[in-house]
Write a protein that binds this ligand. Structure first.
Ligand code: ADP
Length: 247
């Protein structure tokens, strides 16, 4: 019927650290099938929100759901199995493993041992190589990950996320610390993966990237959404300007 379907959603999600209300009763719905962005000034709770909905930390209150199924407080591998993959702000890879080895252990399991075991038993070399080619680093498959540029490490992390074939991909600052050429490559990968049906939820400070890539933007301030809409709508929303100026 052409209407949006809801993918990841939260109701009253709350997480405090001591006296700091990092996420403060956030109710937000992201659109399935779209490129969604989550933006907001530093300290507005974006990373904590990400960590709560991917099971890295347990929220104090509120709920999270994915396509109508409750995922509140579930373990990361359960959330991964529900169809959500994620990258980290400070890239999570094994620096002393080769690029190809990183791909083979990237499938999400509850423990590192389970990951190594599943890599040994079901390691899909062909798929790993296909994905490395897709992100443009297949020529580096035998290079140790620590010898890649930071942008290449982010591409490796994205390829690793794709190993699990997630329908929704959460990226935490994909452009942060990455050179402009690789930012463009990451942007076009997001576009083509979205065209193939994958949903994105991206936390990003690079506004050019956010505004050119996103269908839907949610703006956080002080732990909850204060505005949302198309890139044009949020850019022209005075509440967003106020949040960034801190007035
Ligand atoms: P953002 O990602 O938007 O920059 P964060 O979620 O990192 O925001 O942080 C939100 C608030 O919570 C900040 O005030 C931050 O200092 C605080 N915070 C985040 N993580 C922790 C933690 N582990 N311990 C204490 N305070 C934290």
């Amino acid at each position: 019927n052409g209407e949006d379907t809801i993918g990841l959603a939260t109701v009253g999600l709350t997480k405090s650290f001591g006296g700091v209300h990092a996420v403060d009763g956030a109710s937000v719905a992201f659109h399935h099938g779209k490129v969604n962005a989550l933006i907001g000034p530093n300290g507005s709770g974006k990373t904590t929100f990400f960590n709560c909905v991917t099971g890295m930390i347990k929220p104090d209150a509120g709920s999270a759901s994915y396509r109508g199924r409750d995922i509140t407080g579930k373990a990361p591998h359960r959330i991964a199995r529900a169809g959500i993959g994620r990258s980290f702000q400070l890239c999570r890879i094994f620096p002393r493993m080769t690029v190809l080895e990183n791909m083979l252990v990237s499938v999400h399991s509850p423990t590192l041992f389970a990951r190594l075991a599943s890599a040994r038993h079901h390691g899909d070399m062909e798929r790993a190589r296909e994905l490395l080619a897709r992100v443009g680093i297949d020529h580096l498959e035998n290079t140790e990950a620590r010898d890649l540029s930071y942008g290449q490490q982010k591409l490796l992390e994205l390829a690793g996320v794709l190993m699990a074939d997630p329908e929704t991909i959460m990226l935490d600052e994909p452009a942060g610390g990455v050179n402009p050429a690789l930012i463009d490559r990451i942007g076009s990968l997001v576009r083509s993966l979205n065209a193939e049906g994958r949903t994105f939820l991206i936390v990003e400070h690079n506004m050019d990237m956010v505004m050119s890539l996103s269908d839907h933007v949610v703006v956080f301030d002080r732990g909850r959404p204060i505005a949302e809409g198309t890139p044009d709508e949020v850019q022209n929303d005075p509440r967003v300007l106020e949040a960034y100026l801190g007035v």
